[in-house]
Write a protein that binds this ligand. Structure first.
Ligand code: FES
Length: 122
């Protein structure tokens, strides 16, 4: 059975430039958006799969598209959400769409928290 998605109007496209990160709290979910080259916008869980440190406080490498968590230096590919180091984890990804110059993020309306912990995501 498919779960309905609740769309949240998060930010104006004009205020979220390519190469930037943007944090949002959507219901019970902390979400981190990233604006990648070619107008690609992704949204992931905003807390590290390791010990829930805020990923937005990490070191963002815009050129490589990678983010290193400030907690213990785990690294993620923000184009895919995959863990790079270590590789056996990934970030939960939320659907994104752009409508009328606004960025919308979809959150499954299942009453759950959308967060993958490292040992649950392999
Ligand atoms: S909390 Fe992110 S690497 Fe440990």
């Amino acid at each position: 059975m498919s779960v309905d998605v609740e769309w949240h109007d998060v930010v104006a496209l004009a205020e979220f430039w390519e190469g930037e990160l943007y944090e949002a709290q959507l219901g019970g979910d902390h979400v981190l958006l990233v604006h990648l080259p070619s107008a690609l916008i992704k949204a992931y869980q905003g807390l590290c799969p390791h010990q829930e440190v805020l990923l937005a406080d990490g070191e963002w490498n815009e050129d490589a598209g990678t983010l290193m968590c400030s907690g213990h230096s785990w690294e993620f590919d923000m184009r895919t959400g995959q863990g790079l180091n270590p590789s056996g984890c990934r970030l939960y990804e939320f659907p994104v769409r752009v409508e009328d110059e606004r960025v919308l993020v979809g959150v499954p309306a299942d009453g759950q928290r959308h967060y993958l912990r490292a040992n649950e995501s392999e």
